[in-house]
Design a protein around this ligand. Structure first.
Ligand code: ADP
Ligand code: MG
Length: 647
């Protein structure tokens, strides 16, 4: 003998909420065969809904067993129960439980979403069902545009969407007038005629009279169970499930995206404010990284502009900066031997000190550089007018000066040619013999044209009062090996100075150092930006938690009509990710726009690279998943009964 459709054996249900345990069902045993039309009657509070929720797998017995087609419900996991609610049972509630954001068709469609039916097929089937129920002209109406009876018919269509072999109606007429109630009962009678098993809960004898079997319940116990005399309808029992679990994935994804978008549009202001955090985060990552990259490129180019085949010999042992000042061993006597190193094209000493220049009543503090006659060739920096001083000038301690562009402009504002004029440096007069061409900024951003160059002999004797130099700058021959020359210079100076009181830098080192500094800065900016993304993510989480609380009832409905925990989780996760995704796109646009605006307004160079954009975007996406997960999981774990009870 095959198992009965539904079989309850000594089922009890005890609620433990609120201190004392409350036993609502006491050892209820009930067998319902396929194709029956059963009314469950009892006074309010007698346990009818509790029984119905157990039958519909929304709730589980505290003790006793409940089997569906011989399969014990206690042994089924959450997904299997969801599948039963989706494919076997069709719920009709007293208060319809339609989703107010959805049209009649969309409401009826929902159970089919969770079994993976394609959109077009779903909509067609839902429309057919609604037409059969006399709602052909109300398909696109929303629940608040429908009467109670019409809403209840939409909910019946929803119950039948996946076939609904077992229709569970908990006081389906309770909220309707007598006419509406009769119409609903007529539909249930018709469905019974078509082979559906109908279980209807009521406290109304007139309603119960439609059923073929009447089960009375009082205080949690079955007090009577009898067949009512009726011309037994000639029908085929409907037991099979129609749409079986195919691949819910795609349909659920599509539906989740639509629901998410709808919810976001519905709460426009809230969504916009939530997104703000993400927008600011992504925009700042993109813009700051572009600005940082631009600055870095600028520095590299400035360093390269100074010449790539230069070696700078600086005072002080490597990596000990502070000791530079006490080193006095860089002397003119070093120069000939440096020049003699193979591969060295030429070398100049350089000592730079800030000094006061005076012409007429103009006072100007500039960087005064004491150097050799080869300075223009070493630095590839020719005079624009006049000449640079010669070896002869150096030898004779000549009081001549060459000015930089900025110095010349500031000292001679009214277009007078500086050439042939005398300027005072300290207390000594110097004849201006040349003005160098413009060189721009140093890697640090100082104006290299705000300088004046003197023969190192004169500078040492008359301005600085010191014989020793700060640096030597060496130009290496184009065909020479940089590192070999560097090593030879090292050996030479070790021999001459007898200790390592110098360090030799090549351009590659300098660029690497500058890059390091810039990278540190860029990462710092990126860290700040990431922090703002995290703050944005917390905002998303907060608003999602609010959303879950607000929509608890909707979640309950969805679960009652077949959504698995995963479906609910996915829906809320989709919403969180969508907020972050849209925020990411807007942030990207704002970031690129902000970067470009900065370059136009402040004149900074900005360089957009793909990596930070991808990273910022991925961060926004991950933020959605990470910060959306908790609220989504909270939603997925809701108890359908409690969720449904929420207003
Ligand atoms: P009916 O549907 O017959 O009116 P219910 O099955 O809804 O009755 O409820 C039966 C009893 O169980 C009532 O006394 C009710 O207060 C109690 N009850 C129902 N749900 C809960 C719950 N979640 N927690 C505690 N008590 C509950
Ligand atoms: Mg009830």
């Amino acid at each position: 003998m095959s198992s009965p459709l539904l079989e309850l054996k000594a089922v009890s249900r005890t609620y433990t909420s609120g201190g004392e345990p409350l036993t609502v069902l006491r050892e209820v045993s009930l067998v319902i065969q396929s194709g029956e039309f059963v009314a469950i009657m009892g006074a309010s509070g007698s346990g009818k809904s509790t029984l119905m929720n157990i039958i519909g797998c929304l709730d589980k017995p505290s003790s006793g067993t409940y089997s569906i087609r011989g399969l014990e419900v206690a042994n089924l996991d959450g997904d299997a129960l969801a599948a039963l609610r989706r494919d076997t049972f069709g719920f009709i509630f007293q208060r319809y439980n339609l989703m107010s954001d959805l049209s009649a068709v969309e409401n009826a469609e929902v159970p089919a979403v969770y079994c993976g039916m394609a959109k077009a097929q779903r909509a067609a089937h839902a429309s057919d069902l609604l037409r059969e129920l006399g709602l052909g002209d109300r398909l696109q109406h929303h629940p608040n545009q429908l009467s109670g009876g019409q809403q209840q018919r939409v909910s019946i269509a929803r119950a039948l969407m996946n076939g609904g072999p077992v229709v569970l109606a908990d006081e389906p007429t309770g909220a309707l007038d007598s006419q509406g109630g009769k119409e609903v009962m007529a539909i249930l009678v018709k469905l019974h005629g078509q082979g559906h098993t109908i279980i209807v809960v009521t406290h109304d004898t007139d309603i119960a009279a439609y059923a073929h079997r009447l089960v009375r319940i009082a205080d949690g116990r079955i007090t009577s169970d009898e067949q009512q005399q009726k011309g037994e309808a000639d029908h085929q029992a409907k037991t099979g499930e129609t749409a079986r679990d195919t691949k819910p994935g795609v349909a659920v994804l599509g539906e989740s995206l639509k629901m998410a978008l709808r919810s976001l549009v519905h709460n426009r202001l809230r969504t916009a404010l939530t997104m703000l955090g993400i927008i600011i985060g992504v925009a700042s990552v993109v813009a700051l990284m572009a600005i940082g990259n631009g600055a870095k490129q600028d520095v590299v180019e400035r360093i390269q502009a100074m010449g790539t085949d230069l070696l700078t010999i600086m005072r002080g042992p490597p990596a000990v900066r502070a000791s530079a000042d006490v080193v006095t061993s860089f002397l003119p006597e070093d120069l000939p031997s440096i020049d003699g190193v193979p591969g060295v094209a030429m070398a100049v000493p350089e000592t730079t000190l800030s000094s006061l220049l005076r012409f007429g009543d103009q006072d100007l503090t500039v960087a005064v550089v004491g150097t050799g006659e080869d300075f223009p060739q070493v630095h590839d920096w020719p005079p624009q007018s006049g000449v640079f001083f010669s070896a002869e000038h150096v030898k004779r301690y000549a009081q001549v000066v060459v000015l930089g562009q900025t110095t010349a402009k500031n000292l001679f504002p009214n277009d007078t040619s500086p050439l042939g004029q005398y300027v005072l440096i300290g207390s000594a007069p110097f004849l201006v013999i040349g003005v160098l061409s413009s060189k721009g900024l140093t890697p640090r951003g100082d104006d290299m044209d705000n300088s004046a160059w003197l023969p190192y002999t004169t500078a040492g004797a008359r301005v600085f009062g010191q014989r020793f130099f700060n640096d030597f700058v060496v130009r290496v021959k184009p065909d020479a090996d940089m590192s070999v020359v560097q090593a030879n210079l090292h050996t030479l100076l070790m021999k001459r100075h007898r200790k390592e009181d110098f360090n030799i830098r090549n351009m590659a080192d300098t660029i690497a150092t500058a890059n390091e500094t810039q990278n540190t800065l860029t990462y710092l900016l990126a860290a700040i930006a990431v922090i703002s993304l995290v703050v944005g993510g917390i905002g998303v989480m907060n608003i999602m938690l609010v959303s879950v609380t607000e929509r608890t009832r909707e979640i309950g409905i969805r679960m009652a009509i077949g959504a698995r925990g995963f479906d609910v989780l996915f829906q809320f996760l989709t919403e969180a990710v969508m907020v972050c995704f849209i925020g990411g796109v807007v942030g990207l646009v704002v970031g690129v726009g902000g970067g470009l605006a900065t370059s136009v307004i402040a004149g900074w160079r900005v360089i957009f690279t793909v990596a930070p954009i991808v990273i910022a975007f991925a961060c926004a996406f991950l933020t959605g998943i990470i910060f959306g997960y908790l609220p989504a999981r909270k939603a997925a774990r809701l108890d359908p009964i409690e969720a449904l009870a929420r207003d």
